[in-house]
Design a protein around this ligand. Structure first.
Ligand code: SF4
Ligand code: FES
Length: 164
């Protein structure tokens, strides 16, 4: 199963292995909860709910999500897009990802890592294939490396998923 869940009190933490690109951000931010040497690797008793939620918000790909009291995490007001060097486009906001062929909604999220190399086997999401294929982005010149817009935002990747 791709998504596992971990519960305590009114908090449920979800981890989607297909969306995790192993940044290690969660491990470094809250080692008492996110620890690869333990099984399960997520121990929700290792910290209080606010600490866990603050760490989940740092996960750039949306692999980690949560509900608290049945409510999903609130979306940020601004939509931000930050390209990761030689990697995916990291997007935050009130997001809907649309299928480029049908226009159907593929995902409604607050955090995403969208593939820019075109090699992911989980398009349009990054699955770390950019590392395996040694993806190198084209130079951006003076282009701003960070973009912001109002939420909600619809994202419709190009049909070949090359987001450069
Ligand atoms: S922060 Fe998110 S993408 Fe990075 S290792 Fe943790 S779960 Fe995976
Ligand atoms: S950018 Fe990561 S798999 Fe394409």
């Amino acid at each position: 199963m791709a998504t596992r869940s971990y519960e305590k009190d009114d908090l449920t933490v979800f981890w989607d292995s297909t969306r995790c690109i192993h940044t290690g951000i969660c491990l470094r931010a809250l080692h008492s909860v996110f620890n690869l040497k333990k099984r399960p690797w997520v121990d929700v008793d290792g910290a209080d709910a606010d600490q866990i939620i603050a760490t989940i918000h740092k996960c750039p790909t949306g692999a980690l999500r949560y509900t608290r009291g049945g409510e999903s995490e609130p979306a940020p007001e601004q939509t931000t897009m930050v390209p990761m060097h030689d990697g995916p486009l990291l997007v935050r906001g009130n997001l809907r990802v649309l299928d480029p062929e049908t226009g159907g909604v593929l995902a409604e999220e607050t955090r995403l890592a969208l593939c820019r190399c075109g090699k992911s086997e989980n398009e349009p999401f990054c699955d770390n294939s950019h590392r395996r294929t040694h993806f190198t982005e084209a130079p951006h010149g003076e282009t701003a490396a960070r973009a912001e817009a109002q939420s909600p935002a619809d994202i419709c990747p190009p049909q070949d998923f090359q987001l450069e």
